[in-house]
Design a protein around this ligand. Structure first.
Ligand code: MSP
Length: 515
C-alpha cells in the first residue's frame, strides 16, 4: 500500500429530494481529483454520503406519509444510482442513520462532555428548517431566514450547548498557522471577519422531535443535525468505533469539498468541534461556487433544479463531467446553459478530441495495416519536437493545476497537446506522405501522433474515464485504470510497436441541433 494517502470528501446530501446538477457538481469534482490521485500513486479514500436526520427530513417523510427511516431508505438508492451513472468512484458511502455513524457521534459527545465543553441551558430564538440553521432576531431579514428567505420558526427549548465562544482565539491562531485551510483564498476573509466578530455558544441538541442521534448523557435530546452531519467525515473512518485504523491512516482529510453556502459550518464550527475533542482539523476546506441558470442559483426550492440524467442521456457521462469542470471555474459561481454545453461538446470533444482519435486510427488502419509502428530512429523535425514538448510539459502543468483544484487549467493543458496533435496531422499530412511513398516519414508521423494520443488519454482520464479507457483499448493498450504512476507512464516513447488498433464508433458524435 502506498504511503502517500489522499482523503477527499463531499458534503453529505439531504435526502429530501433527488440529486440535481448542483449536488452532482461537487461529487464529480471530488471524483476527478480522487481518480487523478490514484494515478499519482496515492492511497485514496473518497467519501460521500447522505445526511438523513433532522427536522427537514422528518418533515419530508411526513409530507410523503412515510416513517423517516422508510423515507430515507427509499431516497438513498436514487443517490447511489445517480452516482453510478456519473461514474463516481467513491470508496465509501456513509448514511448518518447507520449504526457506525451513531456510535461515532455518541463517542464524540462523551468526549466533549468529559472535557467540559458542554453545558445545559435554554435556547430562545429562530430556526430555519430548510437550512437547519439557528438565527438571532437581529440576523433575520424582514422576519425571514437571511440565507434562503424562507419562513423561520420560533424555538424555546432546553438544550445542550457547545462552548464555541471559547474557540475564537484558537480558531484565529489556527487560520494564521494554516493559511491553506480555507480555500480558495477569497473565502478566507469572509471566515476571518466572521470569527473576529465574536462567537456565541452553539445549541447542539433538540427536544421537539426525535429523528436524530440521542445524546448519550441526555437521551431525550437528539443531536443538532449539522453536528451530526459534520461528524460523518470521521465516523466513516471508524472514529469512536472498535476499528479506527482508517481514521489513523487517512485523517486529517486533505480536502473537505463544500459549496460556499455551508462554509461557516465547515470552517468555523467543524474545526472548533475537532479541537474540543482533541482531533486535528482537516488540512483544507475548499468552497466552490454555485451553478447558476439564467442568473439564479439552481435549487429545488427555486424550482429550477435539473437532474443529471437528462443531460447524460443527451451528451453522455464523460461530456457531462467535462462540461462542468471545464466551463465553470472551480471556486467561483458559473452560469451553465444548454447552448454553452452544445458548444463545448461539438468544439472540444467532437472536433478536437473525438475526431483526432478517429482520423488517427483510420490512417493507422489504412496506411499501416492497423498496427502501431516502431518508434522513429531518425532525427526529430521541429514539428516533432514541438509535439513532444507539449507532451513533456503536460505532467507538470497538470499537477500544478490540480494541486490548486483548477480543473479548467488542467484540462486546458491536456487540450494544448490535443490541439497540437491536430495541427501536426494537418501540417504533416500523412495522406500526402502515403501518396508520395515516403513510408518512413509516414510511420514516424503516425507513431508520434499515436504516442501523443496515448499520453493525452492519460491526462483526460480523471475527468473522462470512460473515453480514456476506450482510447487505450482502441490503441491496443492495457487497462488505463491500473495506472498508478502517471508521470512515468506518460514519458515519451513507450507505445509498443505491433499493437493492433481498432477504429470503433465516433467517441463524441456531433450534436447538430442547438439547445
Ligand atoms: N446536508 C448538508 C451538508 C452537510 S455536510 C456535513 C447540505 N446538503 S445539501 O444537499 O443541501 O447541499 C449539499 C451541497 O450541494 C452544498 O455544498 C451546496 O452548496 C451544494 N449545492 C446545492 N445547490 C447548488 C448549486 N446550484 N450549485 C453548486 N452547488 C450547490 O447542505
Amino acid at each position: 500500500m502506498s504511503d502517500k494517502t489522499f482523503y477527499v470528501t463531499t458534503p453529505i446530501y439531504y435526502v429530501n429530494a433527488e440529486p440535481h446538477l448542483g449536488t452532482a457538481y461537487t461529487t464529480v469534482a471530488a471524483d476527478a481529483v480522487a481518480r487523478y490521485r490514484r494515478m499519482t500513486g496515492h492511497d485514496v479514500m473518497f467519501l460521500t454520503g447522505l445526511d438523513e436526520h433532522g427536522q427537514k427530513i422528518a418533515q419530508a417523510a411526513e409530507e410523503n406519509g412515510m416513517e423517516p427511516q422508510a423515507w430515507v431508505d427509499a431516497i438513498a438508492p436514487k443517490f447511489e444510482a445517480a452516482w453510478k451513472m456519473l461514474g463516481i468512484s467513491y470508496d465509501d458511502f456513509i448514511r448518518t442513520t447507520e449504526p457506525r455513524h451513531k456510535k461515532g457521534v455518541q463517542a464524540f459527545w462523551t468526549e466533549l462532555h468529559d472535557r467540559g465543553y458542554l453545558y445545559q441551558g435554554n435556547y430562545e430564538g429562530w430556526y430555519c428548517v430548510p437550512d437547519e440553521t439557528y438565527w438571532t432576531e437581529e440576523q433575520l431579514e424582514d422576519g425571514k431566514c437571511p440565507q434562503c428567505g424562507r419562513d423561520v420558526q420560533f424555538i424555546k427549548e432546553d438544550n445542550w450547548f457547545f462552548k464555541l465562544s471559547e474557540f475564537q482565539q484558537p480558531l484565529l491562531d489556527f487560520y494564521e498557522s494554516h493559511p491553506g485551510f480555507v480555500q480558495p483564498e477569497t473565502r478566507r476573509n469572509e471566515v476571518l471577519s466572521f470569527v473576529k466578530g465574536g462567537l456565541k455558544d452553539l445549541s447542539i441538541s433538540r427536544t421537539n422531535f426525535t429523528w436524530g442521534v440521542p445524546l448519550p448523557f441526555a437521551e431525550d435530546h437528539v443531536t443538532y443535525v449539522w453536528i451530526d452531519a459534520l461528524l460523518n467525515y470521521i465516523t466513516a473512518l471508524g472514529y469512536g468505533g472498535e476499528d479506527h485504523s482508517k481514521f489513523d491512516r487517512y485523517w486529517p482529510a486533505d480536502y473537505n469539498f463544500v459549496g460556499k453556502d455551508i462554509i461557516r459550518f465547515h470552517c468555523v464550527i467543524w474545526p472548533a468541534m475537532l479541537m474540543a475533542a482533541g482531533v486535528e482539523p482537516p488540512k483544507a476546506v475548499f468552497a466552490h461556487g454555485f451553478l447558476l441558470t439564467k442568473g439564479e442559483k439552481m435549487s429545488k426550492s427555486k424550482g429550477n433544479a435539473q437532474t443529471p440524467a437528462s443531460l447524460v442521456e443527451r451528451f453522455g457521462v464523460d461530456a457531462y463531467r467535462y462540461y462542468f469542470l471545464r466551463d465553470v471555474q472551480f471556486g467561483q459561481d458559473g452560469s451553465i446553459s444548454m447552448e454553452s454545453m452544445v458548444q463545448r461538446y461539438n468544439g472540444d470533444l467532437a472536433n478536437d478530441w473525438g475526431n483526432l482519435v478517429s482520423r488517427l486510427l483510420n490512417m493507422t488502419e489504412k496506411y499501416l495495416e492497423g498496427l502501431t509502428p516502431t518508434a522513429p530512429t531518425t532525427e526529430p523535425t521541429d514539428a516533432d519536437k514541438t509535439l513532444r514538448a507539449f507532451a513533456g510539459f503536460l505532467p507538470e502543468k497538470y499537477e500544478a493545476a490540480m494541486s490548486r483544484l483548477d480543473y479548467g487549467s488542467a484540462l486546458e493543458a491536456a487540450w494544448d497537446l490535443i490541439k497540437d496533435c491536430n495541427r501536426y496531422i494537418e501540417n504533416e499530412a500523412p495522406w500526402t506522405l502515403a501518396k508520395e511513398g515516403d513510408t518512413d516519414r509516414l510511420a514516424a508521423v503516425l507513431y508520434n501522433t499515436l504516442e501523443a494520443v496515448r499520453i493525452a488519454a492519460l491526462y483526460t482520464a480523471p475527468v473522462m474515464p470512460n473515453t480514456s479507457a476506450e482510447v487505450w483499448t482502441r490503441l491496443g493498450l492495457g487497462d488505463i485504470t491500473s495506472v498508478t504512476d502517471i508521470v512515468a507512464v506518460s514519458a515519451w516513447g513507450q507505445l509498443p510497436s505491433g499493437l493492433r488498433v481498432t477504429k470503433g464508433e465516433a467517441l463524441f458524435p456531433r450534436i447538430y441541433e442547438e439547445a
